[in-house]
Write a protein that binds this ligand. Sequence first.
Ligand SMILES: Nc1ncnc2c1ncn2[C@@H]1O[C@H](COP(=O)(O)OP(=O)(O)OP(=O)(O)O)[C@@H](O)[C@H]1O
Length: 512
Amino acid sequence: METIPTEKQLWDEAVAFTRDKSPGSFDQWFYGVQFEGLTDGVLCLRARDEFVREWVDQFFLPTLTDHIRSRTGWSIQVAWTVGGELDHPVIEPPPNRVGEEPNRLNNQARGIVLGGPSTGHTGHSGHAGHTGHTGSGNVQNLATASVLDDAAPWSERRVVRQNMQVVAPPLEGLNPKYTFSNFVIGPSNQLAHAAAIGAAGGGGRRHNPLFLCGGTGLGKTHLVHAVAHRVRAERPSTRIVYVSAEKFLNEFLQALQDQRMTEFRNRYRERCDLLLVDDIQFLASKTQTQEEFFHAFNVLHQADKQIIVTSDKYPQQLERMEERLISRFTWGLVADIQAPELETRVAIVRKKAQIEGIEIADDVLVYIAQSVRSNVRELEGTLIRLAAKASITSRIIDLDFARSEIALSSSARANEASVEDVQRVVCHHFKLKSGDLLSKDRHKSVAFARHVAMYLCRERLKCSLPELGRAFGNRDHTTVMSAVRKVKALRGADPEVRAHLEALERKLGTAD
Ligand SMILES: Nc1ncnc2c1ncn2[C@@H]1O[C@H](COP(=O)(O)OP(=O)(O)OP(=O)(O)O)[C@@H](O)[C@H]1O
């Protein structure tokens, strides 16, 4: 007979389920939330402030309450208390970082509270389904902005334009197709999307800086360009600076060489209202450039100028990056993007087909979305490749055609796999975080996964030992050699290890 879980167990299960979808974002919000009880379908929660309540209410509670409902059949009402002491937050707050101004986070929080009532008020919100957010305030404004994005802003913009004296200057490097209206929203990216909309609307301290992170090809750059397009259209006098971290570095080196540092600093400190920096991880180990960026950041942030940074990792996982810079990245909002689920992938392929004018049947859309799971760039590439091949060979893109083309390219891809692909697949298989294999973590399960990844890279990609040492967190080549030998020996001796390796090899041989 199935035992009935206690209410605390139900809550813990729902937390684990929800957190699993986006651990970084979950942790960021839930150290501002306390569980106070679950009785007769009423879930009592306390939020540090109104801002936390709104975000948690909008982005996390539908999943949480759905999970409890699926286990109990109850219709869940949420009773919030806002403000007061949080003695047992759902997530323990991170310890203060060494060297960080101790009150900075609190000051930020105080800045956040300014947006709404912060003490002692209680409220109810119904989550009897995905009924959405019942409160008012900033998040609702964000949501409205998002809904209006495709239609209303044009009429609004026309009004703006009638009164407009200023025409936004051209901005180098922006892709005209990377707009909010071309961005498909799903559970994997809705937080990042809402945060970007907020930042584009001059979100204030709560969105500053906005740190967008996630794996490659998942839409970070798209969102950053969308912010720039939106701001250019709605506030054309805003001075936007958009650079990749690599370009920032090159400009800095050139300015040093040409003794034009004043000009360089003016560009990034004085003549900038909105700074957008892509792929900040590129500054790893570039100490002097980090120092320069740090000062630019401080000047802009103190002047309440919006900063948006993208990265392939969470701030805490950035390696060889100054601690004080990492700490600043967490002052505002950290929003991650995960790989999209099937429904979102189908919607993305549909949208891309529509934008590119590609005629394609629904069953083929679904097949493409099912076959390419890793990232959106690859999904898009597959669609474009199919369309190009179909046009050259005068075929229509039907299911047979898609099947044979995707099979061809996935076997080619198996031969082209990179060290990063192997690391990603191994992390996924062993349920580790992307940085674990490169970290100094010697925990048995992490070390084993690391050895397996080294072995697979050596066997499949024929990488040299020093090359692999560098790719796995700058380890010595002898460490790699012993890891490869160990796994090779275990493969013969231990059926469990053999099963892991075979599963991984199968995964590496497929489109994912
Ligand atoms: N949700 C989405 N809706 C529509 N298109 C998307 C979405 N997510 C990603 N894309 C598309 O996928 C492609 C890759 O996205 P983008 O360049 O923004 O990725 P990224 O996260 O910046 O990757 P990288 O870290 O490699 O720079 C782009 O063409 C973008 O338009």
